[in-house]
Design a protein around this ligand. Structure first.
Ligand code: IYR
Length: 225
């Protein structure tokens, strides 16, 4: 990307929503997003690659520090690669659950009843491994500083999760800890750090989810009027 100034162009894509429709649209979108749940068991039913591609392009519309777009989505469908990832993740997770994690952390996870077994890493048709580009590299191999990397990748990840839900698919944000093994398995350069595996597909038939609650508006927002 060049360092010359961007040319200002008209905001031709902005479409004002009439005030009367605005509330309805906000309500409808909340109604859609209220239905999103992480699931931990997936069907092996295939999903059209075009749907995933479109959701990735949606994630790529996220704002980012200095528009550096410091994300890379590695889309894994290959069964052997999925198996390799599962085995490596389970090895890390066994250590995590056997005491690698603090008592406090394990206590916080207890209500979710998670364990080191991660069959979903093989069951689901798609693993989208999300990497942060902690710095860029120019044509001469010089490092380019990136800004607000975590924030930017977090926003893009949220948009991806939203797009996937909107398309009618389930997802799980999975964070094996530590997860550097993903660089090696997926042959990614060292300026890229894995942040998450987003597991994507149809939920397994009859899957259950924990009966959790989300905070109320009063708990999450403060209005200063
Ligand atoms: N990575 C582990 C532990 C885990 C951590 C958090 I924070 C969660 O919200 C859920 C699980 C695992 O995937 O089991």
């Amino acid at each position: 990307m060049s360092t010359t100034d961007y040319k200002p162009i008209p905001l031709s894509q902005y479409q004002e929503i009439p005030a009367a429709e605005m509330q309805q649209r906000a309500d409808d979108f909340f109604g859609l997003m209220k239905k999103r749940r992480s699931v931990r068991a997936f069907s092996d039913r295939p999903v059209e690659r075009g749907v995933i591609e479109r959701c990735l392009l949606t994630a790529g519309r996220a704002p980012s520090g200095a528009n550096q777009q410091p994300w890379k989505f590695v889309v894994v469908t290959n069964p052997e690669l999925k198996r390799t990832i599962r085995l490596a993740a389970e090895e890390e997770e066994r250590e995590f659950y056997a005491g690698g994690a603090s008592e406090e952390w394990l206590d916080a996870l207890k209500p979710l009843a998670t364990d080191a077994e991660k069959p979903f890493l093989e069951q689901a048709p798609y693993l989208i491994v999300i990497f942060s580009e902690n710095y860029g590299v120019d044509h001469q191999g010089n490092k380019i500083k990136h800004y607000y990397v975590r924030d930017s990748v977090g926003i893009a990840t949220g948009m991806l999760i939203t797009a996937i839900h909107n398309a009618g698919l389930a997802s799980l944000t999975h964070t094996p800890s530590p997860m550097r093994f993903l660089n090696e398995i997926l042959d990614r350069p060292k300026n890229e750090t894995p942040t998450m595996i987003l597991v994507v597909g149809y939920p397994e038939e009859g899957v259950t989810v924990p009966d959790i609650e989300k905070k109320s508006l009063e708990e999450i927002a403060v209005f200063k009027t």
